[in-house]
Structure formats: structure tokens, C-alpha cells
Design a protein around this ligand. Structure first.
Ligand SMILES: Nc1ncnc2c1ncn2[C@@H]1O[C@H](COP(=O)(O)OP(=O)(O)O)[C@@H](O)[C@H]1O
Ligand SMILES: [Mg+2]
Length: 243
């Protein structure tokens, strides 16, 4: 069926980047006050990179993740996701782009209580139009990849916090996105379980070649990261690379 919007490829630029912020600012209005959550942020993320976004509470980490996911629009500046300027997209095109190129995980796992682990993970594939049997098979495979092979029939209420986050990671990755955005994914977990989740994200980054942008104030995550971006009052104040 012909699409009412021009094909997305027309707006792609061949930068090769999975994510590019160019001079992005985001302000919120609260009553009469203005909160500048992000100020003039520019950043580039390449395919397969692992980047940790640090900074104190209120520094703008979640705002940056939400903008990268296309869940919010910038007040000024441009955001390119997989070479596509997200401003140019209408809601449908944006949600298609988000579903195919980006995986999202949060501190709260946002699983559907009455669905099994397998059904939760299969959901994005079902939305993408995959037949139920294929979606279920891919969901089981992804659950095995995150170490939950024997738990596919369990519902969230029958899983531990760490296991629920693994289900959420499997759900984010089952569509084979180019970028995984993680906002404080260890925030609800004890430190040992959190360390296991960070280790899993590193493994998946290496083995599945998915770029990861991980917002956290978990010092262990920053300690082992190949690349760190540090936010302070909405601005990137430090960036470091480890070879
Ligand atoms: N929807 C919103 N409305 C008003 N202010 C917001 C909103 N979202 C975030 N902020 C403000 O923007 C700043 C950055 O918040 P946030 O991105 O959540 O930081 P972090 O994730 O680093 O804790 C904070 O001052 C916060 O209060
Ligand atoms: Mg936050």
C-alpha cells in the first residue's frame, strides 16, 4: 500500500552513526518556571559502541534517553537516529523507527503481569506482524541468550527482580535493534544482581553487535565502560575513552 509519508530512506544521511545529537537543548515548563534539562548537547554513537552516561540525579540523563528514543522532542537542535532526522517523522513513522532500531529498558521492568516471559518477549515481534509461532520461537531463543531458558513459561510475579530485568532485556533485543537505551537498569536491584545485569549488557553488546547507551549512577558500570559521558546540569562536562 502506498504510504502517505515519503519513504524514510529519503531522509537518511549516510553518517554511519546510530545516534547523533547536534546542539540539542530541552526545556520543561513547570508552572511559571523553566527547567533547562539539557543544554547544547552534541554527541555521536557509532555502531556497536558501549557508552555509559553518568551524572548526579537531575543532571538530565533520563531526558537524554527519552529524546534518543523519540519519546520526547527537543526544544532545539537535531537528533538523528540511524541517520534519520526524527523531527521529520510523523508519529507513525517515528514509532515504526523506534520499534525496529531501538530497544529500551528502564529501572522498572514494565512487563505485562498476565503474560509469560515468552509472551512478553514475543510481543514486539507480534506487533511487527510476525506469525505467533515464529515470534514464540525467537522469544525463546532470546530468553536463552539472557540466561532464562528454563523460565520461559513463568509470569513476572514468579520471577526475581534480576530475572524480570533479563526478560525486559530480551524483549528489547528480540527485534535486533541497532541501539539499546538503558535508563538506570540496575536501580531496582541489589548490587550483586545489578552487577550480573551490567555484565550481561556488556556480553550482548559484544556478541550481538548492538550499541548500548547506559544511563546510570552505578559506579561499577562507569568503572568498566570503554566510553563515558558525564552530564552536569544538562551539559556534557566530561567525556573519556578507554582503548
Ligand atoms: N517532564 C518534566 N517536567 C518538568 N521537569 C522535568 C521533566 N522531566 C525532567 N525534568 C527536570 O529536568 C531535569 C533533569 O531531569 P532528568 O533527566 O530526569 O535527570 P536524571 O535522569 O539525571 O536524574 C531535572 O531538573 C528534572 O526535574
Ligand atoms: Mg533519571
Amino acid at each position: 500500500m502506498p504510504s502517505a509519508v515519503p519513504h524514510e530512506a529519503h531522509r537518511e544521511r549516510a553518517t554511519g552513526l546510530v545516534l547523533e545529537f547536534s546542539d540539542v537543548s530541552k526545556s520543561f515548563r513547570q508552572n511559571s518556571a523553566r527547567v533547562d534539562a539539557l543544554v547544547h548537547v552534541s554527541l555521536e554513537i557509532w555502531p556497536g559502541e558501549f557508552v555509559v552516561l553518568t551524572g548526579p540525579s537531575g543532571s538530565g540523563k533520563s531526558t537524554l534517553i527519552h529524546l534518543a528514543a523519540g519519546l520526547e522532542t527537543p526544544t532545539s537542535g537535531t537528533i538523528d537516529l540511524a541517520g534519520i532526522d526524527v523531527r521529520a517523522l510523523d508519529d507513525d513513522a517515528l514509532s515504526r523507527l523506534r520499534c525496529s532500531k531501538v530497544g529500551l529498558i528502564f529501572q522498572a521492568f514494565h512487563l505485562i503481569d498476565y503474560l509469560t516471559a515468552e509472551e512478553n518477549v514475543a510481543l514486539p515481534l507480534r506487533f511487527a506482524g510476525l506469525p505467533a509461532a515464529d515470534a514464540a520461537a525467537q522469544a525463546r531463543e532470546m530468553l536463552a541468550r539472557v540466561g532464562l531458558g528454563p523460565r520461559t513459561r513463568h509470569r513476572p510475579g514468579e520471577l526475581s527482580g534480576g530475572e524480570m530485568q533479563r526478560v525486559a532485556i530480551a524483549r528489547a533485543l528480540v527485534v535486533r535493534p541497532e541501539l539499546l537505551l538503558a535508563d538506570e537498569p540496575t536501580g531496582n536491584l541489589d548490587s550483586r544482581t545489578g552487577a550480573g545485569i551490567l555484565e550481561l549488557l556488556r556480553q550482548l553488546n559484544e556478541q550481538e553487535r548492538v550499541a548500548v547507551l547506559l544511563a546510570t549512577h552505578d559506579e561499577r558500570a562507569a568503572a568498566s565502560a570503554p566510553r563515558i559521558l558525564e552530564l552536569r546540569d544538562g551539559a556534557v562536562v566530561a567525556a573519556s575513552h578507554r582503548g
